[in-house]
Ligand binder design. Structure first.
Ligand code: DGL
Length: 296
């Protein structure tokens, strides 16, 4: 009997120690700045957690890159976040979610450590689209990679088979945002062109998903070219609500998330540039550090 209690107590101590040892920040990854629009909402809805943001600005944009490149870059960054003690990583990038998430979840995680988790932004968005549309005609705006992957039509079909999806790739929008040209006149040409291509596919579209985490910065301009009856869905709040729900349902993951309310920022490019631009996306000034890709 005494031996039984001794084993029980020592097991509990080991479990508690392991839990403490394994706790780490929630990793948030994007090709560049866009994921900061998601992190901003995560921080607002779930302020108790620690977050570690990694922007692969040196290789952004991902939107026009091949499947292989997006997968290879995303995996490298996810592994780095795991090395920095993240147990849960959010791909706050539609392009990475579309082109790399499934392979990482199915092939890489079991080899790295099956207790680790990587989640994307396309599924949580797809899960709620049907709560917004009345006409069941929904538009998707995204990078060339996201649109060509057909990830949105495939995912939305699973939850709302009656919804008709109309897609439009906007390859110039991320470069406009990344280069801080998004409020200038030059942006109008591309935004107007892509919006009218999308709307020409159906006059019943009543909901448009901004399927790229960079696009919330373009909302003002996009609205100029849209009838006011069409609603725009940005992902930040949707992803934050979905994560809150996920953590409630997955105690084993929630226990691994450290809770000091901190945000740490890493970029693969110049940290000075990152800090200068990041405030526009994040809504407050930040200080980032450089993570050197070439040494990995
Ligand atoms: N924020 C990324 C997304 O949601 C932008 C992709 C890119 O780098 O082109 O798709």
């Amino acid at each position: 009997m005494a031996v039984f209690f001794l084993v029980l107590i020592s097991n509990r101590i080991i479990l508690a120690q392991t839990k403490n040892m394994q706790q780490g920040p929630i990793g948030v990854f994007d090709s560049g700045y866009g994921g900061l629009t998601v992190l901003k909402e995560l921080k607002a809805k779930l302020p108790q957690y620690d977050y570690l943001y990694l922007g692969d600005n040196a290789r952004a944009p991902y939107g026009t890159r091949s499947f292989e490149s997006v997968y290879e870059y995303t995996l490298q960054c996810v592994k780095q976040l795991f090395e920095m003690k993240c147990r849960l990583v959010i791909l706050a990038c539609n392009t990475a979610s579309a082109k790399a998430l499934r392979t990482i979840q199915q092939n890489d995680l079991p080899k790295i450590d099956s207790s680790l988790r990587v989640l994307g932004v396309i599924r949580p968005t797809s899960e709620v689209v049907g709560n917004h549309t009345k006409t069941n005609h929904v538009g998707i705006l995204g990078t060339s990679g996201t649109i060509a992957s057909l990830s949105y039509p495939i995912e939305i079909e699973k939850f709302f088979p009656n919804i008709k999806i109309f897609q439009e790739a906007c390859p110039m929008w991320v470069p406009l945002v990344e280069n801080n040209e998004f409020e200038n006149e030059g942006a109008d040409y591309f935004i107007k062109k892509n919006i009218s291509h999308l709307l020409s596919q159906s006059n019943k579209i009543d909901t448009i998903v901004l399927g790229c985490t960079h696009y919330p910065l373009l909302i003002k301009k996009i609205k100029q070219f849209l009838p006011s009856s069409i609603q725009l869905l940005s992902q930040g709040e949707i992803v934050a609500t979905s994560l809150m729900d996920y953590l409630k349902r997955h105690n084993e993951i929630e226990n691994l998330c450290s809770k000091n309310g901190t945000c740490t920022f890493l970029t693969t490019d110049s940290s000075g540039n990152f800090d200068e631009h990041a405030a526009i996306f994040f809504g407050e000034n930040i200080r980032s550090s450089h993570w050197n890709l070439t040494s990995h």
